[in-house]
Design a protein around this ligand. Structure first.
Ligand SMILES: *Cc1c(COP(=O)(O)O)cnc(C)c1O
Length: 428
C-alpha cells in the first residue's frame, strides 16, 4: 500500500515515509491510494478495540517496517475506554475523551508517538505542532520522555483556557512549550514556514504532529469503524455520525471509515461560528478566513488544513461534496443554550465543542439513530460550563495529576525566527 499526495498522484510513499515527512513536497497531503474493503459482517465479535484497530489498519501498513509492530502500537496507544452513552432512543454520545488529556486528540497523538519513536532510532526527530488547545496537550503527553523525539508546541498566547495551557506547559524535558503572540492561524503558518526552511528540515529533522500527519488520521478512523460495527451488531441498523469540526481531521477520518465499507449511514459536520465549510457547501467557494474566537476554541479554525483531503475524497467536485457532506454552524449563544438543555433534559454535561454536535442533531431526522462525537471532557472547560449549569464539575483524575505539576513556557512574537531561537536555546 502506498500513500500519494493530494496534489500529485505520482508522488508515492510508504506509510512510514508519509509519517516522517508529514506534508508532501509540493505542499499536498498524503492520502491512501485506495481504501481497503473490510468485510465487517465476518469479523470476530469478541475482538477488543485495540485488536480490531490493528486488524483493520493492517493493509495500510502492508509491506512497511512498522507492519510487524502494528499490534503493539495499537495496544499501547489505545489503553483507555471508548464508551457510548445513550441520551434517548435515537441519540447517542461517543465519548472520545477518556484518554490522558481528555480529548479525542489522545487517539491520534498516542498512535503517532508510538510510530514516530520507533522510526527515529537512527537520528532524532523534531515534532513541531500548532495548537488551538487540545492537540498541544495530547501531543506533549504522548511524546513526553519518548526516546529520539523532541517536540515544539506553539499555542496562541491568552487564547486557550488556563487548564489547556497548564496541560501543554507542565512537561519539560523533550517538550518545549511556546506561547506565540498571535492567533492559531499564525502558529499554523510558522509550522508551514518551518517546513520550507533548511535549518528545521536538515538540522532538526522536522516532522509534523498536526492533523495533516497521516498517523493522526488512520487511528481516528478506527473508532468510527469500531462503534459503527458495534452499533450495527446491537441495533441491526446503521448509525449516522455528527462531528464537531475545526481542521476537518476527525471528520475526514469518519469519511475514510465509511469508504472502507463500515456501516455508517451518513456524516454531518458541526462547526462553531467559523463557517468556511458551511459557506463552501452553500456557494461552492472555499474561502479561508481569519479565525473567529469562540467558546468552542479547539474549533477556531479559519483555514481548515484537512479540507484538501475531504475535497480530494469527493474528487474535488463541489456537487459530490454537497451530496455527501452536511454542515451546521453554531454560534456561542446557541452553544450555551445547548449545554443547559442537555443537562436539564438528560442530566448529562457536554463540552462546548460537543454542544455544536447536539445542536446539529436537533436539526436532523428525529427517527434515525445518530451518534454525536463527544470530542472533549467537560471538566477541561469548567469556566464556561459551570456558570451555565450552576454546578461545580468533578475534575477527572487524569487532569488532577497534570494540574498539580509546575509549568514552563517561552513567549515569542508570531515569527518563525524567534521560535527557532527558542528551540536552539532550550532543547539539546
Ligand atoms: C481538535 C478538536 C476539534 C476539531 O477537530 P478537527 O479534527 O480539527 O476537525 C473539536 N473538538 C475538540 C475538543 C478538539 O480538541
Amino acid at each position: 500500500m502506498f500513500f500519494h499526495s493530494t496534489r500529485d498522484l505520482n508522488n508515492k510513499k510508504t506509510v512510514n515515509q508519509a509519517i516522517l515527512q508529514g506534508l508532501s513536497e509540493e505542499g499536498g497531503l498524503f492520502v491512501p491510494e485506495y481504501f481497503p474493503q473490510i468485510n465487517w459482517q465476518e469479523l470476530d465479535k469478541n475482538l477488543s478495540y485495540p485488536q480490531f484497530a490493528a486488524k483493520i489498519l493492517a493493509e495500510y501498513f502492508q509491506g512497511d517496517e512498522l507492519a510487524p509492530q502494528l499490534s503493539d502500537i495499537c495496544h499501547n496507544a489505545f489503553n483507555f475506554p471508548l464508551p457510548i452513552e445513550k441520551l434517548n432512543d435515537t441519540t447517542y454520545v461517543m465519548e472520545l475523551f477518556q484518554g490522558p488529556t481528555l480529548s479525542f486528540k489522545d487517539f491520534g497523538a498516542r498512535f503517532l508517538a508510538e510510530c514516530m519513536s520507533r522510526l527515529s532510532k537512527e537520528r532524532k526527530t523534531t515534532i513541531i505542532v500548532a495548537t488551538s488547545g487540545d492537540t498541544g496537550s495530547a501531543v506533549a503527553s504522548a511524546f513526553h520522555a519518548k526516546p529520539n523525539v523532541n517536540v515544539v508546541v506553539m499555542f496562541p498566547q491568552g487564547q486557550i483556557s488556563q487548564r489547556q495551557e497548564q496541560q501543554i506547559t507542565c512537561w519539560g524535558d523533550n517538550i518545549l512549550a511556546v506561547a506565540v503572540k498571535g492567533t492559531f492561524d499564525d502558529c499554523q503558518k510558522i509550522v508551514k514556514q518551518s517546513f520550507n526552511e533548511s535549518w528545521w528540515t536538515d538540522h532538526a529533522h522536522l516532522s509534523s504532529a498536526n492533523s495533516i500527519n497521516i498517523a493522526r488520521l488512520l487511528p481516528q478512523l478506527t473508532y468510527y469503524a469500531y462503534t459503527s460495527w458495534q452499533f450495527y451488531l446491537q441495533h441491526g441498523t446503521k448509525a449516522g455520525y455528527i462531528i464537531p469540526t475545526g481542521n476537518v481531521g476527525n471528520s475526514t477520518a469518519a469519511f475514510w471509515a465509511k469508504a472502507m465499507g463500515f456501516p455508517i449511514r451518513e456524516i454531518v459536520l458541526a462547526t462553531n461560528a467559523n463557517r468556511v465549510i458551511s459557506d463552501y457547501i452553500r456557494n461552492g467557494k472555499f474561502e479561508p478566513k481569519a479565525s473567529v474566537a469562540t467558546i468552542a476554541n479547539a474549533m477556531d479554525v479559519g483555514n481548515p488544513s484537512n479540507f484538501e483531503r475531504l475535497a480530494f475524497l469527493h474528487h474535488n467536485d463541489w456537487q459530490q461534496f454537497t451530496h455527501n457532506v452536511q454542515a451546521f454552524s453554531v454560534n456561542d449563544d446557541q452553544i450555551r443554550q445547548i449545554i443547559k438543555e442537555v443537562k436539564d433534559s438528560f442530566n448529562y454535561v457536554v463540552c462546548p465543542h460537543t454542544a455544536t454536535g447536539y445542536f446539529a442533531r436537533k436539526e436532523l431526522s428525529a427517527d434515525q439513530p445518530w451518534i454525536i462525537a463527544a470530542t472533549a471532557a467537560p471538566s477541561k472547560f469548567e469556566t464556561i460550563i459551570e456558570p451555565i449549569i450552576g454546578e461545580v464539575l468533578p475534575i477527572a483524575p487524569q487532569l488532577e495529576v497534570l494540574l498539580a505539576k509546575p509549568t514552563h513556557k517561552v513567549e515569542t512574537n508570531a515569527s518563525m525566527q524567534e521560535v527557532q531561537t527558542a528551540f536552539a536555546n532550550n532543547i539539546k
